[in-house]
Design a protein around this ligand. Structure first.
Ligand SMILES: O=C(O)CCC(=O)C(=O)O
Ligand SMILES: [Mn+2]
Length: 252
């Protein structure tokens, strides 16, 4: 299947205006593009990913406990990269899945200078599937990883909250800064008590960068009203030279 994706970013000025940068403070930043990929092409990609990706629902072992991961998953990586620590998935090659490379090109076009070499996919079959609070802070990603997240299908809420840290104190986002972003409500982005919420749209791109993985946790909580499938792709860069990876903050 080839979709010949013409990357947006941004065929018309309205879409371009909707690219938002949210400064979380102290070197952490989120970028949100509500429509990176055109709507109809995004549905074709959804169907392709739903049918063709070799999804599994693995058993995860953390802190001496085992649990079935509450979502389907699949991992792709360039050859020769170090393994992940929180679980050791089989690494597929995206050479065998051309649409993944087309999405990757779209992401690289939207984020000049980026160069992702691995991809974790998640499929949430309905609102009972979720990802718990965690940070993608594996040492193999380096101290300030850029993580690009593309969503397809059912809209789900993506939450960010500050995590207590020895390195930085717990700081609330000042109300004044929240008010500097008048369009956030229209885009279904909100912040309360220092917690940020994004409703991730079909075909959207959300990027976490800077110290977001060190200083913040993120989650996609259960939502009883979400009654359809959502597929999410997170592109990451594994640094080849980093050894002795530490255990990440990933409960389930
Ligand atoms: O599904 C999402 O939007 C987030 C997934 C995620 O955080 C992860 O796989 O690490
Ligand atoms: Mn994550």
């Amino acid at each position: 299947m080839s979709l010949r994706l013409t990357t947006n970013p941004n065929p018309n000025p309205n879409e371009r205006e909707k690219r938002r940068t949210i400064d979380l403070g102290e070197g952490s930043e989120i970028i949100y593009v509500p429509r990176l990929l055109p709507y109809d092409e995004s549905w074709k990609l959804f169907d392709y990913l739903d049918k063709e990706i070799p999804w599994t629902r693995p058993l995860i072992h953390v802190y001496g406990r085992s649990c079935v991961q509450p979502r389907d998953t699949c991992y792709f990586a360039a050859e020769g990269l170090p393994e992940l620590q929180y679980y050791k998935p089989h690494a597929y090659s995206w050479d065998d899945y051309p649409p993944l490379k087309e999405i990757l090109t779209a992401v690289h076009d939207a984020l000049p200078g980026s160069s992702f070499n691995s991809l974790l996919l998640n499929r949430y079959k309905n609102g009972s599937d979720y990802v718990a609070w965690h940070a993608d802070d594996e040492k193999v990603y380096g101290p300030t990883p850029e993580i690009a997240s593309i969503s397809f299908g059912c809209e789900r809420e993506f939450l960010l909250k500050k995590r207590p840290s020895k390195k930085t104190s717990q700081v609330q986002i000042p109300t004044s800064r929240r008010e500097e972003q008048p369009a956030t409500k229209r885009l279904k982005i909100s912040s309360q008590n220092g917690q940020h919420s994004f409703v991730l749209k079909h075909g959207s791109l959300l990027v976490m960068r800077g110290y977001t993985q060190r200083d913040w946790l993120h989650s996609v909580p259960k939502r009883v009203k979400a009654d359809a499938v959502r597929i999410n792709l997170t592109f990451r860069r594994v640094e080849i030279s980093i050894e002795n990876s530490k255990k990440p903050t990933f409960p389930c």
